[in-house]
Design a protein around this ligand. Sequence first.
Ligand code: IYR
Length: 224
Amino acid sequence: MQQHECRPLEDFVEYPSDEMVKRSEEFYAEIKRRHTVRSFSDRPVERAVIENCLKAAGTAPSGANHQPWHFAVISDPQVKSHIRVAAEKEESAFYDGRAGEEWLNALSPLGTDDHKPYLEVAPWLITIFAQQKGGITKEESRKNYYVRESVGIATGFLINALHHSGLATLTHTPKPMTFLNEICDRPKTEKPYILLVVGYPAEDATVPEHALVKKPLQDITTFI
Ligand code: IYR
């Protein structure tokens, strides 16, 4: 059996309890300002910011620490335009009926449609892929575990890091999104998970009222 080596937990920081309350309040206030944006500015965003946020995402916990994610990061205008054309093709079939009535009814208060100009306007697109095979190093091809859970957590870290850095995001999920494997040149063993649109919001960006309705604490928790 492989040796199970450990080192002391050196970078954990403990705060006095009143400071903990304050920090948790401040974090809530900051994350509460995060809104999904569907109208982006074409203002450029420094690559260093994106890289730091990706490094933050890469620290997420994952099954057996296999880190079963790949981030394809796109700024090339031609590739973005290719993605827009392919996504709009799938989305027009979706909004034209493939989604079904119940789904389209659920979406109507958000005002979404098959028109996705932000895929070309925003400076960065990040396609998050979930890897069925991998391992603790890039070279391995072992089974991965809890892949969707792990990639979901890493995506949450990424969205949070981008928001914290001062950027807006949109979690876009064209359906199906297999066209992203070809465009991003990723193997079939990787499943596109979310296409994250990243940049500054357009000056006239709005947030649908529907998206601002968050369930109160008592509706999302039971303390046992
Ligand atoms: N993928 C489509 C539809 C869509 C689906 C859900 I569920 C949303 O919360 C929002 C949109 C689109 O991106 O327009």
